[in-house]
Design a protein around this ligand. Structure first.
Ligand SMILES: Cc1ncc(COP(=O)(O)O)c(C=O)c1O
Length: 399
């Protein structure tokens, strides 16, 4: 049996894989088993932000691996402790961090933290536990993160879900206000919805949301698992909005491809958890943490500025394509998290791009999603636009 047949026979069929067997990857490029080269505009779903096999990230991870891979969280691993300090300093200098393995687990941590904080900070009539989330959101596949996810299609076979997650509409503050009650403890949002179709919050909306949370003593949780870590041109997406949440969750590109998640909490709720409240055997793995420390080193203001420059160039080119093709309904996003909303199904365009050496993705059937590594150049953009242009042209012919 070949690789594809083995996968078909032995794997639970939870993923729809494209016809690409990867042999190696470096920087913004991937090579398949036949040594065909692809420009990667997806970065493993916003994971390899500083490039595949980034040399200094690899070096840091290998050095840690040579010393030890795991010791448990019952002892001190300096790469993990240093990373915790760095992350807290960057996000909430007087806050605290908890490390997990994945994004869903980082959100589980944030949800549990909010629930305990609501227990310790009740309303006149008792415990607060309800969390306002958003329609169309995505927070992960574990049961609480899934329950916080505002997309019915993910819930279908898994009821009963965790209780007390209720859903408002993004960019509609009245829809949030209507849901606030004496049991509400937190509001949880992706500042830019990713899996929901690359839908950014407006500045006004997030400012109003922050004011609403302050007025009602609610925690504001930002899931920055997809949009954080430099993707929008700032270290965290919230920096584009001139407000600060109370909890930020990160994962995906935190360790540039090694498993790691984090929930970072501001002073207001940082000391909620005490000994025994939460834990994870492998969470904050020292190798992942060593890699992540190097990722943070790389994400300097200069690096982020460079990527922002390229993102502006890409956005303008996409706007040009929008003018040329009426099948493009909208081009939207922030930095290098961009969506091209089509009036047709985009899967044929994704396939065309793959066949022609460009890796992109399509969500909700009609939104082409671009999440390239942050190291792409204008030359890469030119190549991607050329392929996309041809793909759009062909899709018109076959319509
Ligand atoms: C915004 C957001 N939150 C949470 C998750 C879940 O992360 P993980 O797949 O690492 O559990 C994802 C994954 O796509 C995500 O995009």
């Amino acid at each position: 049996m070949n690789i594809k047949q083995i996968e078909k026979k032995y794997f639970m069929q939870t993923y729809k894989r494209a016809d690409l067997i990867v042999k190696r990857a470096r920087d913004q490029f991937i090579w398949d088993e036949n040594d065909k080269k692809y420009l990667d505009f997806f970065a493993g779903i916003s994971v390899c932000n500083v490039g595949h096999c980034n040399v200094s990230v690899l070096k840091a991870a290998k050095e840690q691996l040579d010393s030890f891979a795991h010791i448990s969280n019952l002892y001190y691993a300096s790469s993990q402790i240093k990373l915790g300090e760095e992350l807290a300093k960057r996000i909430f200098p007087d806050g605290r961090v908890f490390f997990s393995n994945s994004g869903a687990e980082a959100n589980e941590c944030a949800i549990k933290l909010a629930r305990k904080w609501g227990f310790l900070n009740p309303s006149k009539n008792g415990n607060r536990y309800e969390i306002i989330c958003f329609k169309n959101s995505f927070h992960g596949r574990t049961l609480a993160a899934l329950s916080a996810t505002g997309q019915e299609r993910f819930h279908e076979f898994f009821r009963p879900l965790q209780e007390k997650f209720i859903f408002a509409s993004i960019n509609d503050i009245e829809s949030v206000k209507k849901l606030v009650n004496e049991r509400t403890v937190a509001v949880m949002i992706e500042p830019i919805q990713g899996e929901g179709g690359v839908i950014p919050s407006s500045k006004t909306f997030l400012k109003e949301l922050k004011a609403l949370c302050d007025k009602n003593n609610l925690l504001l949780i930002f899931d920055e698992i997809q949009c954080g870590m430099g993707r929008t041109g700032k270290f965290c997406a919230f920096e584009n909005y001139d407000i600060k949440p109370d909890i930020v969750t990160l994962a995906k590109s935190l360790a540039n491809g090694l498993p790691l998640g984090a929930a970072v909490a501001a002073k207001k709720c940082a000391e909620t958890f005490v000994y025994g409240d939460h834990g994870s055997t492998l969470g904050g793995n020292p190798v992942s943490c060593a890699a992540a420390l190097e990722v943070l080193n790389i994400l300097s203001p200069e690096f982020l500025n460079d990527s922002l420059e390229v993102s502006k160039y890409l956005f303008l080119k996409l706007e040009d394509l929008k003018k040329k093709y009426s099948i493009i309904r909208d081009v939207r996003g922030f930095g290098l998290m961009l969506g091209i909303d089509l009036v047709i199904n985009g899967s044929g365009i994704v396939d065309y791009c793959l066949n022609n050496g460009l890796i992109i993705n399509c969500i909700h059937d009609t939104v082409l999603r671009l999440l390239p590594p942050l190291i792409i150049t204008k030359k890469d953009v030119d190549f991607a636009i050329k392929v996309l242009d041809k793909a759009l042209d062909c899709s018109l012919l076959t319509k």
